[in-house]
Design a protein around this ligand. Sequence first.
Ligand code: TMP
Length: 219
Amino acid sequence: MIDLPKRAPFITFEGGEGAGKTTQTRQLADRLAAAGIACVVTREPGGSPFAEEIRALLLSGHLPTRGAMADTLLFLAARVDHVTETIKPALEAGQWVISDRFADSTFAYQGAAGGVPRATLAELHRLVLGDFRPDLTITLDLPPEIGLARAGARRQTASGADHFERRELAYHEALRQGFHAIAAAEAARCVLIDASGSPDEVAAHVWAAVEARLLSKVG
Ligand code: TMP
């Protein structure tokens, strides 16, 4: 059972490449708007002017390979600015916030798939963000070969693949397992949704989760 905070709800979408997070983020915002709830839609890495600059650096396909810890610290620098400049001010003003990715991506990509110990990531997040976390996380689940094919089809050329999409299949399988483990360990916050259906089918499952976990409690 979610213990809802006094501020407005904070929802995140998580999942591997091509799972449909961006589409579902928009669809949920539209549906909440139709129900009279205005949302701020944001994303990670990014979501504030400084964090968007870090995003460009992190996702560049042209930079040298570096360790997962260096990436972790950049994602966290972007995250703390995003939370401080965008997310918290909106929540405190009573607006719902939906973010396309948040901290679980670091635990899955840099942790489960990248090798940074979970305890290290947990401690870094505790130092930087305290106990701030989403009220609801929707994790879109898809076999990586399907997700990578969808992500590839979105682009005109394969050379558009970003730094993380270029990793081998084993990396993407490890990060899927990472997302599963987070959803199982934090079942009060996370809902795992099969993303292999059509966007409308997935959106119906997303809406059911938001109704059951949030709307039924805010009245
Ligand atoms: P996306 O906007 O297409 O999801 O791209 C973001 C990429 O950054 C994606 O490959 C996942 C990766 N990423 C991490 O590795 N760690 C993180 O903490 C976040 C937020 C994203």
